[in-house]
Structures are given as structure tokens and as C-alpha cells.
Design a protein around this ligand. Structure first.
Ligand code: MG
Length: 317
């Protein structure tokens, strides 16, 4: 089967710059892919790289699209190299959409996904959660390891006291803590949960950089607060390696950058991992493809990290 192929780049500005331990992010750049089959079926896909997370750059993705002919085959789609994981996701999801148009219309989901809302870093979180709570969010994620740890723990302590029963909190360090700081955060979470039994800190995401895998395994055994790997499992190859090296706690999966959706599906089904599906700040095209995977593969029914629309204004989405 041959498909007509078009692509166009896009830029989307965050309402306010997104701060993480990787730095400040102002504009999300990506590429929308468009495939048309010989029978006129249409499929859209999205390439939304995050190079500091381990994916290709937007330039590399765009170079790949530019060198393709205007008609492409399934063989091309399924042989995109592993060094271009966001291209694998974009092309394969466009292909899947095109081949499943009728099936999507019939689908009724008996277990709708819950969403986790991303809070602004620092003390802006102390107010931001209230509006999100009113909008129905019950799980929140707060970025840490941006400001000095003493400051962040002080904010955290007042934050958790303000959170109502039924709220869940995730902390995300983006690999920015050192070993002592990670211990202090885990200890603080355990202590706060022992003091307040209705407090639910779901996990700390990627406390240490991916190179300190053994240390994270060790820390996972020392505290009640769970650790989730994120930067450590940015690509399928890394996910397989961490699993084989004994990680059996939580994995954050970003379908938009991890690589081929069919290989991801196979891995999750084979090993039944505890996965939290998460956004890469993509548009609705990539988001819908990623959420379909999340619905299918979220075995533990954890909230998905797609509560991010409040980071973009509607005008440029
Ligand atoms: Mg993360």
C-alpha cells in the first residue's frame, strides 16, 4: 500500500514559560504528518521532540521528513530508525488512524481516564491548584529541584497542609537532585504522610539522573514513598534495559517520544508494567494517539499526565 505524504511544521507558545530542572521552555515546536491512502482514507500524526529528554531534535525530524518522497509505503513507516523515536510515533500513529477510521467511531470506553494537572513550579503552586481542583482535577504534579531544597520543602509543607482529602500529589525532580537531597525528599514525604493519613503523595518522579539507576533502585527499597522513572525510560530501548535491570516500580511513559507504538504495546502487554502515561506538550493530534495507547495500556489506572491544556492559550493550539 502506498500513501500520499505531506507534513507541516508548527510552533506553539506556552502561556508562561515552563520551568523544570532542564531549564525554561517557551515554545513547543513540532511537525504534523498527513497520510492519504489510495482509497482516500486520511491519517494524521504528530512529531513532537524533546531533545533534552533523549529524542531527536526538531531539525533531525524535519530533515527526515524532507528527504522522503511524496508517496510512501508501509515499509518506510515501519523501518524508521530508533534514533528518530518521535518520527516513529508520528508516522505509525498516522498510519494507524488511517487504517482504523471505522473502529474509532464505534469505540465506547467503559473506564474513562483520570488526568493529572501540571502545576507551576515554586510557590505559584500554592494558589494554582485551587482552580484546577474546581475544574475536577484530583491529581497534581509539582516540579521540584528548581529552587534551593530548603525553600521547596517549606513550600511543600504548607502546600500539603492546604490540600483537601482525596487529592493526590506527584513530585517531579527531572533528575535534578543529588543522593542526599533525594533522601531528604523521600524522608520528608514519608514523614508528612505518617503525620497526615489522608495525605497521598503518589510518587517522586526521577529524583536522580538516569546514570544513577542503582541508587534509585536502592532508594526505592528504603522509603514508603514510591519512585517513578521518567528520563531514565525516555526511549523503548531504555525502558527495556531498566526493566531487565530490575525496575519493578512505576514507569512514566511518554508515547510521543518513546518510539514505535506497536512495540510499546507489545512491551506493556508482555510485562504488565505499572505505567503512568504522560504528555510531551503535543497538539490534539499526538495527544489523541497517546491517550488511545494510555486507555489500552494503563493497567493500574493511574491518572495520566495530560492535564496540561491550561499551559497553552486556545489561540495557538
Ligand atoms: Mg517527569
Amino acid at each position: 500500500m502506498q500513501y500520499k505524504f505531506h507534513f507541516h511544521p508548527y510552533k506553539r507558545q506556552f502561556i508562561r514559560p515552563l520551568q523544570t530542572n532542564h531549564g525554561t521552555w517557551d515554545i513547543r515546536e513540532g511537525i504534523i504528518i498527513h497520510l492519504v491512502s489510495e482509497t482516500g482514507n486520511i491519517g494524521f500524526g504528530e512529531i513532537a521532540p524533546i531533545p533534552w529528554f533523549g529524542s531527536e531534535t526538531i531539525e533531525q525530524a524535519s530533515e527526515f521528513c524532507q528527504q522522503l518522497p511524496s508517496q510512501i509505503s508501509e515499509e518506510i513507516i515501519f523501518s524508521i530508525p530508533d534514533r528518530l523515536p518521535t518520527c516513529q510515533f508520528g508516522f505509525e500513529s498516522a498510519w494507524k488512524m488511517l487504517n482504523e477510521t471505522l473502529e474509532i467511531e464505534k469505540r465506547i470506553n467503559p473506564n474513562p481516564l483520570k488526568f493529572s494537572a501540571l502545576l507551576p513550579a515554586g510557590n505559584a503552586a500554592l494558589n494554582a491548584w485551587k482552580c484546577l481542583w474546581k475544574n475536577g482535577y484530583r491529581t497534581f504534579k509539582w516540579k521540584i529541584s528548581i529552587n534551593p531544597i530548603v525553600e521547596e520543602i517549606a513550600i511543600f509543607e504548607s502546600f500539603v497542609q492546604a490540600l483537601p482529602e482525596g487529592a493526590k500529589l506527584r513530585l517531579d525532580a527531572n533528575g535534578g537532585l543529588n543522593y542526599d537531597e533525594a533522601n531528604l525528599w523521600l524522608f520528608t514525604c514519608d514523614r508528612m504522610m505518617a503525620k497526615n493519613h489522608s495525605l497521598d503523595i503518589e510518587f517522586i518522579e526521577q529524583p536522580l539522573p538516569p546514570s544513577q539507576f542503582i541508587e534509585m533502585l536502592e532508594l526505592g527499597n528504603c522509603y514508603g514513598t514510591k519512585i517513578a522513572l521518567d528520563e531514565s525510560v525516555a526511549t523503548l530501548e531504555q525502558l527495556e534495559t531498566c526493566y531487565q535491570n530490575g525496575w519493578c516500580s512505576i514507569f512514566v511513559i511518554k508515547p510521543g517520544i518513546i518510539g514505535s507504538p506497536s512495540r510499546l504495546r507489545q512491551f506493556c502487554q508482555q510485562y504488565q508494567i505499572d505505567a503512568v502515561f504522560s504528555s510531551v506538550f503535543e497538539t490534539d493530534i499526538g495527544r489523541n494517539a497517546a491517550l488511545r495507547l494510555a486507555e489500552e495500556l494503563s493497567l493500574h489506572k493511574r491518572a495520566v499526565g495530560f492535564g496540561i491544556n491550561h499551559w497553552f492559550s486556545e489561540d495557538n493550539s
